[in-house]
Design a protein around this ligand. Structure first.
Ligand code: BDR
Ligand code: CA
Length: 315
C-alpha cells in the first residue's frame, strides 16, 4: 500500500508535538505539510513550535504554513497552564535555525496542495481548533470536497466513561476554542472521523510515570524529545493523554479505534455547554442523518505499543 498523503493542522502543543514525532516515524504516512493554528498557545508560538519539533526530529524540510491567529468570531484563549509557557512544556527543544514559513495562509496552502493532487488523495488531520479548516471550507469549498477525509481530534461525546469535557464539564478544548468553526465543519457534509476525549483519555492508552520512564531512558532522539516535552504535564497531572497522536494513529492503523456514525451537533451558545458535541443516539436520527464517525473505543495497549515501538526504534 502506498503511504497515505496527509496534512497536519495543529496548535503545537505538547501532544501535538508527540503527534508530529509519531507521524515522522510512520512509513504509512506521507506528510505533505503542516499548518499552524492558534489554540493551546498563540499562533506565533504554535507555528514556531512546529519548526522546533521538525528541526529537532531531523525533518526541517517539511513545509509549514501559518493559519488563523484567532477563532472565527471569538477571542483566542490559550491553554498555557496545560502546555507550559512556550506551549512545549518548557522543554529544552532548541529554537529553530529556520524561521521561514510558506508565504500562503494555511487555507490557501492546503487548497493548493489538494488541487495539485487527485481527488480523494489527501487526508487532513486537524488536532487544534477547527479555525483553519473553517477558512478552507469558506474560501475553497470545491477544494475541500476533494479531500479524502478529515480525521480530527476533538469533542467529548458521552459515549464512554471518559467522554466528558476538559474545559467545561461537557466541552473539549479544540471544539470549545472555536465552536463556530467546528459547527461549520460538522455541517459541511465532509467525511469526518472525530477522535474525542471518549477515547483519548482512556487510561489504557495514556502515558503514566512508568511508561514515561521508558521514553526518558531511550537513547532515541524522538523518545528524548517526547519525554522532555511531556515531563511537565506528567508532573502536573500524573498522566499524559495522547489526544493528538491517537488521531494520527487512527489514520496509520484504523483498526486501533472503533467508530460509530452519529448526527453530531456542536453547541455554540455561551456558558457551560459552549463547545459541547452532542452525538444523537436516537435510532431513527442515527440512521437518517449521521454526519461523522465518532470514536467509541480504543485498543489502548496496541496503541501504546505502536507509539513506543516507533519513538524508541533508534535506541
Ligand atoms: C486537545 O486540546 C489540546 O490541549 C490538545 O493538544 C488536544 O488537541 C485535547 O482537548
Ligand atoms: Ca492539539
Amino acid at each position: 500500500m502506498p503511504p497515505t498523503k496527509v496534512i497536519l493542522d495543529m496548535d503545537v502543543g505538547v501532544d501535538d508535538a508527540l503527534a508530529i514525532l509519531l507521524a515522522l516515524r510512520s512509513p504509512e504516512l506521507d506528510i505533505l505539510g503542516i499548518t499552524a493554528v492558534a489554540g493551546n498557545a498563540p499562533l506565533s508560538m504554535t507555528a514556531n513550535n512546529v519548526l522546533r519539533v521538525l528541526e529537532a526530529a531531523g525533518a526541517p524540510e517539511i513545509p509549514v504554513a501559518r493559519g488563523a491567529a484567532r477563532p472565527l468570531t471569538r477571542e483566542p484563549e490559550a491553554a498555557l497552564h496545560v502546555h507550559g509557557n512556550d506551549g512545549l512544556g518548557g522543554a529544552p527543544v532548541p529554537q529553530p535555525s529556520r524561521l521561514t514559513f510558506d508565504d500562503r495562509p494555511a487555507a490557501a496552502f492546503i487548497s493548493d496542495i489538494v488541487m495539485a493532487h487527485e481527488p480523494g488523495e489527501i487526508t487532513l488531520i486537524p488536532t487544534g481548533p477547527m479555525t483553519n479548516v473553517a477558512h478552507l471550507l469558506r474560501e475553497a469549498p470545491q477544494t475541500a470536497a476533494r479531500l479524502n477525509r478529515i480525521v480530527l481530534m476533538g469533542g467529548a461525546f458521552a459515549l464512554t466513561p471518559y467522554g466528558f469535557g476538559n474545559v467545561t464539564s461537557v466541552s473539549e478544548f479544540n471544539i470549545w476554542a472555536d465552536p463556530e468553526a467546528a459547527a461549520e465543519l460538522f455541517a459541511s457534509g465532509m467525511d469526518i472521523t472525530a477522535v474525542g476525549l471518549d477515547v483519548t483519555t482512556d487510561p489504557t492508552g495514556s502515558i503514566n510515570a512508568e511508561r514515561h520512564e521508558i521514553l526518558r531512558r531511550s537513547a532515541d532522539p524522538s523518545a528524548q524529545i517526547a519525554a522532555t516535552v511531556s515531563a511537565q504535564v506528567l508532573e502536573r497531572y500524573g498522566v499524559v493523554n495522547l489526544h493528538d497522536p491517537l488521531a494520527v494513529t487512527s489514520v496509520i492503523d484504523p483498526t486501533l479505534i472503533q467508530t460509530q456514525r452519529y448526527p453530531v451537533e456542536v453547541i455554540t451558545v455561551d456558558g457551560s455547554t459552549r463547545g459541547q458535541t452532542i452525538a444523537d443516539r436516537r435510532a431513527r436520527r442515527r440512521s437518517d442523518s449521521p454526519n461523522a464517525a465518532v470514536a467509541t473505543a480504543v485498543d489502548g495497549p496496541r496503541f501504546l505499543d505502536l507509539i513506543f515501538s516507533r519513538l524508541t526504534q533508534r535506541a
